[in-house]
Ligand binder design. Structure first.
Ligand code: GAF
Length: 384
């Protein structure tokens, strides 16, 4: 694999055969539940990565250029693909996964432009993986279904990148429908599409602009803690496959057999699953205040029991409290930085952004970024 910084000359031409719009995602509630076979409520948003593809006439030579990073790299399609650095691996991992599925793409060029901030917790990585998988699939008529693209992209992130993520981000990026929120059962991957009717409110993301170093390893260790707890419970209940099968009573009986931390992690997951189910009903019934209270409760669990928040996120959530025009606020995504998601009355958004940005700057000397988001369609492909 070779890296370069100059955009290839023929990437100037507008002769790309197809354009893929691959969205980021938000998650209203249901954090760290996906890899425990639980429930989540994500959707794709109107901020996307745009990927242009064309065949380049070779059997196996591929060339990628990112307009955003002003960097590119080229590689050959091979059974074992050499690892690159950072963002390159999300692409290389997907290509490797496609090849190991015995599919036979040929050489291609790909030009990428991202409108998604990296490290903000809106899943630029899943958008990149799914965008690449969808583009190669369409360019070479490989016949992968949307769900296969979702699973293949997650596997690339797990095995090639080494981040043990669940399925939520890839599922939301590909399968979302405009104007709806998905209530996803991660056990059977059955989505329910709920109209995103937030009345006089909007969803506002506040990006802390911090992403703490240990995010990946701490994420993986949370997952391990849950899996170890399941193994301990399996000693007495072999039929239990994941935390999804554990109820509050069983968990209570294991309190002395699990470490205090492990017990807290599991308790959080069980409660968060309950909150997602309740939140879906509140959204369907239009009870936005109750919906918002569940968001606050979710944050509290993530902060104190699951311990994946950080002081910047906590500050933003605390700052939003006791304001009658903000119904709910919580950290979103894996944690340790990134964004909060806020359900806020539309006509108060501008003044709140100004006020909270000043307070945040004063507290941390960091600029806050506000991102208004709309629930949008999953992956879209335009053929030239
Ligand atoms: C990250 C992961 F990629 C998701 O699978 C999910 O676990 C999320 O963190 C936490 O809910 O975005």
């Amino acid at each position: 694999m070779t890296s370069f910084t100059k955009k290839p000359k023929d990437h100037e031409n507008n002769d790309f055969e197809l354009i893929v719009f691959s969205p980021g995602r938000i998650n209203l509630i249901g954090e760290h539940t996906d890899y425990n076979n639980g429930f989540v409520m994500p959707t794709a948003i109107d901020k996307k990565i745009i990927l242009k593809f064309k065949k380049n006439g070779t059997k196996d030579f591929c060339r990628i250029f990112s307009k955003t990073f002003q960097k590119g790299f080229e590689f050959h399609l091979d059974k074992t693909i050499e690892k690159g650095k950072g963002w390159e691996n999300y692409i290389l991992g997907v290509v490797q996964e496609i090849i190991s599925n015995d599919l036979k793409p040929e050489g291609f060029d790909c030009l990428i432009e991202s409108k998604l901030p990296v490290g903000a917790g809106i899943s630029s990585s899943a958008a990149l993986e799914c965008g690449v998988a969808s583009g190669i699939n369409a360019l070479f008529d490989l016949g992968l279904t949307d769900l296969e693209i979702v699973k293949l992209s997650q596997k690339a992130e797990n095995e090639f990148v080494g981040s043990n993520c669940g399925i939520m981000d890839q599922f939301a990026s590909v399968m979302s429908r405009k104007g709806t929120i998905i209530k996803l059962d991660c056990l059977n991957l059955e989505p329910e599409y709920i109209p995103a009717d937030f009345k006089n409110c909007k969803l506002l993301l506040l990006n802390t602009n911090v992403s703490h170093n240990l995010a990946d390893s701490d994420y993986n260790s949370r997952r391990e803690e849950c899996e170890t707890a399941v193994k301990i419970i399996q000693n007495e209940f072999p039929e239990i496959a994941s935390l999804r099968d554990v109820n509050f009573e069983i968990l209570k009986n294991f309190k002395n057999k699990l470490s205090a931390k492990m017990y807290d992690r599991c308790l959080y997951v069980l409660k968060e699953n309950e909150r997602v189910l309740a939140a879906a009903n509140e959204l369907k019934s239009g009870n936005l205040k109750s919906f918002g209270e569940l968001m606050y409760a979710s944050h509290e669990g993530l902060q104190n029991q699951y311990e994946v928040s950080c002081k910047e996120l906590d500050f933003l959530v605390d700052h939003s409290r006791n304001k009658d025009f903000i119904y709910g606020s919580r950290m979103m995504g894996g944690g340790f930085g990134g964004c909060t998601i806020n359900l806020i009355e539309e006509d108060r958004i501008d003044s709140y952004i100004q006020e909270v940005s000043e307070a945040y700057l004063q507290e941390f000397n960091i600029k806050l970024d506000a991102i208004s988001v709309l629930p949008d369609q999953g992956t879209q492909i335009l053929k030239n």
